[in-house]
Design a binder for this molecule. Structure first.
Ligand code: NAD
Length: 189
């Protein structure tokens, strides 16, 4: 399904509830990349990134949280990025969308806290996934050098943080922004 299409998102959750009964945990993870200088950023590309990376996160949240509120329980985890926490050249649309996700999460957490539903963000640094497949060797090396831990992250390292936030071990954590970044942002605040 396409997270930027509200009808499809609504159907996804209705189908889930009719087949499985409840929506216990949702990881709002869909996202795309895109790089261009701001002064020549094609509006069409900007719109597509905002549609998927920000509006898509909102639509999934909107429909997941409706079910969770009725249940009186649930955990939603939104995927942002280090680029929702610090700026980076050539990423106008992506960093704007991810910054939006970080603060949208805080607002959703406040709305849902009285209803037993938690909402948090994970903000990964560069993770070795197909999103980075098109980068040349030199760029990849430069990216690795930005991480004090000295390597890119692994998908399972993000998954473990998401599993924690989804679980009852995180029962007092809501509105948080968990950086899974190998120290990327530690020296930048
Ligand atoms: N890889 C990284 O370095 C990195 C760093 C920080 C944050 N992130 C974020 O992590 C998340 C996952 O990215 P990834 O690195 O695994 O990339 P990926 O390209 O491997 O996975 C992205 C997934 O999103 C799906 N998707 C794209 N558009 C969609 C749409 N309109 N509707 C539904 N699904 C859609 C794709 O099919 C794909 O399965 C994204 O939100 C990304 O911005 C990635």
């Amino acid at each position: 399904m396409d997270v930027s299409d509200e009808t499809q998102v609504e159907t996804l959750f209705e189908t889930t509830v009719s087949r499985l009964g409840t929506v216990d945990a949702v990881f709002n993870n869909a996202g795309i990349g895109g790089m261009a200088a701001a002064e020549s950023y094609p509006l069409e590309d900007w719109q597509r990134i905002i549609d998927i990376n920000l509006t898509g996160v909102f639509l999934v949240a909107k429909h997941a949280l409706g079910h969770m509120k009725r249940q009186g329980s649930g955990s939603l985890i939104n995927c942002a990025s280090i680029l929702g926490n610090v700026g980076q050249s050539m990423t106008a649309a992506y960093s704007a969308a991810k910054g939006g996700v970080v603060n949208l999460t805080r607002t959703l957490a406040l709305e849902m806290a009285p209803h037993g539903v938690r909402v948090n963000t994970v903000s990964p640094a560069y993770i070795d996934t197909p999103l980075l497949r098109d980068l040349d060797e030199a760029t990849l090396k430069a990216l690795i050098a930005l991480h004090p831990i000295g390597r890119l992250g692994r998908s399972e390292e993000v998954a473990k943080a998401v599993s924690f936030l989804a679980s009852d071990d995180a029962s007092f954590i809501t509105g948080a922004n968990l950086l899974v970044d190998g120290g990327f942002t530690a020296g930048k605040s």
